[in-house]
Design a protein around this ligand. Structure first.
Ligand code: AMP
Length: 183
């Protein structure tokens, strides 16, 4: 299965991605995690992207797309993947679509995590990651609304929406049922 997760920062995508990747037997590919690994190892890419993560800005598309292209070329992603945090705008979605089409593939579904912005802001304030300062959190929500939320329209044909409020296990079950086409 080739799956993309979309939802505001703090919706629990990362946690759900881990559960869903195990249940669906596909690798979990998180661009945020990949960037953070580069930053902690102080690679050239890490040094280049750090300021964007600190500010809650999107890393430029050329940089992000190249990293994703390389990751998707690894053998474990050949038969499916679960993308968490990519694409984050329509230009990235176009690149992903072209990349998959060039191999005769396409996305199977886009899973939308629906949750109120105030709930996620509260959660993120409690989480305490380096980019979880309130002004940066608010900015990331704004970037989600303006850059990423339009993907729901872009992918409307394949979007599956679930309520992302509740118990972690329950939400995973909800997601798997929704992907199987149950409502
Ligand atoms: P996340 O862990 O998905 O919340 O991502 C953390 C940060 O990494 C974001 O605020 C961006 O700075 C950067 N980032 C992650 N994914 C992308 C992407 N697809 N495009 C651009 N920047 C990204």
């Amino acid at each position: 299965m080739r799956l993309v997760l979309v939802g505001p920062p703090g919706a629990g995508k990362g946690t759900q991605a881990k559960n869903l990747s195990a249940a669906l037997a596909v690798p979990h590919i998180s661009t945020g995690d990949l960037f953070r690994a580069h930053i902690s190892e102080q690679t050239p890419l890490g040094l280049e992207v750090q300021e964007y993560l600190d500010a809650g800005e999107l890393v430029p598309d050329e940089v992000t797309n190249k990293m994703v292209r390389e990751r998707l070329a690894e053998p474990d992603a050949a038969n499916g993947f679960l993308l968490d945090g990519f694409p984050r705008n329509v230009a990235q979605a176009d690149v992903l679509g072209a990349l998959l089409a060039s191999e005769g593939h396409e996305l199977d579904a886009v899973l939308e995590f629906r949750i109120d912005e105030e709930i996620v802001v509260e959660r993120l304030l409690a989480r305490g990651r380096a980019d979880d300062k309130e002004d940066v959190i608010r900015h990331r929500q704004q970037v989600y609304r303006t850059e990423t939320a339009p993907l729901l329209e872009y992918y409307s044909r394949i979007v599956v929406t679930i309520d992302a409020v509740g118990d972690v296990t329950e939400i995973s079950e909800r997601a798997l049922a929704a992907l199987r086409g149950e409502k």
